[in-house]
Design a protein around this ligand. Sequence first.
Ligand code: GLY
Ligand code: MN
Ligand code: MN
Length: 480
Amino acid sequence: MTDPTATPPIKYRKNGLTRGVTEELAESMKHGWADTERHELEPIPQAAHTARRRAELSAAYPGELLVVPSGNPKVRANDSDYAFRPSSDYVYLTGDLTQDAVLVLEPTGESGHLAVAYLRGRSSVDNGEFWLDNHGELWDGRRNSLTENERLLGLPCRDVRTLAADLAASTAPARVLRRHDAGVESALEGRTTAERDAEFEVHLSGLRLVKDEFEIAELRFACEATARGFEDVVRVLGTDAPTPERLIEGTFFVRARLEGNDIGYGTIAAAGPHATTLHWVRNDGQARPGDLLLLDAGVETNRLYTADVTRTIPVSGRFGELQRKVYDAVFDAQEAGIAAVRPGADFRDFHHAAQRRLAEHLTSWGLFGDLSADKVYELGLHRRFTLAGTGHMLGLDVHDCAHSRTEEHVDGPLKAGMVLTVEPGIYFQENDLTVPEEYRGIGVRIEDDILVTEDGNENLSAGLPRRSDEVEAWMAGLRG
Ligand code: GLY
Ligand code: MN
Ligand code: MN
């Protein structure tokens, strides 16, 4: 939140440029700028959806003031900020992507709300803000005017500097999405409670469980762009010399920035034994011919929906015998998991189906002595090698809807329109003395993004091959 006064104080830039501004220059800077207001603007494509989403939220909280900030940028050092990403709930409800913005649903009587987006509009030329302020548009680029934003977003927009006064004028009990804007939280101090705000966060998260058409189209595109990023990586992978994991990471990042906004999470470019470290984002190793490369990466679209895809590929282009055995077992488990994704199934069914299959394969390789697969599964012994859950919801966040009620999510049934990952894996740590030496350092995961349809599912990331022989043929085709 920024200063609530209509004419903000000017924070002078520290780079010396504005020191010693003469009256003549200040006067000159006030004049000679063309009016760039755009009068013909169509609403953003998600505007129809955001109105429905806000109506759904409104219906759940009659008579309450609801506040959802986009968040403030985090300072990296001095006047440099980290790249800003708005809070997912704010994006879901507005389609807007700007910083320091706040969506407010003001109660209108016993039921219903007026939704207002509080935004930073154009910066003033008259008071010099546009060039003398740290975040003036001369430095940061043109922003939409409030009127332009009303057309684009399809809801009333007000200057965010008037927010504190507007909040103070309301006497309704309030709820705020916490941890995004300390200024907004302090403006509401005494009017919200930690308990009610926690419930609000859970509710917002649950709203996003079932995706609408717009979101499904975004996720589909995210998967398509991600597939192109994986192809880019295969093209830079050396077959004779090692390829730095950082080059792999950087190659994928170029695709993410070309076709989308960013990567949706830190790229895991894990070669050889690094693949057994599930959160390997250091990416400071080398992918050598003979290694497997586990690449877990996703393009985030310009409207902030992300794919989450993993392929484990042989750097040389051909799986070794043991690598193929492990890979094919993971593929088999993933097939069993995907087959369990359908409306009405329990959320956990796909996890159990895949894990059961992994336990059977691991047992058949003699890794648990005389124990049967049933016993291994019952005791959970396979988990030494499978480590993680088999998947999660996907959408604006890579681990989407993470705060939603368990009975709607992990303890609930799947519904058409949900999108989740199915990502079984086998990971033999390099120092695991309980497995034969040749297994050590092998890590395989296959991860796809699965849409629950009316009668089953659709694999949104099917553009990338998964069967071991098809992976080899795909790599050979890309390498010519
Ligand atoms: N890349 C994060 C995950 O697979 O959950
Ligand atoms: Mn995942
Ligand atoms: Mn992943």
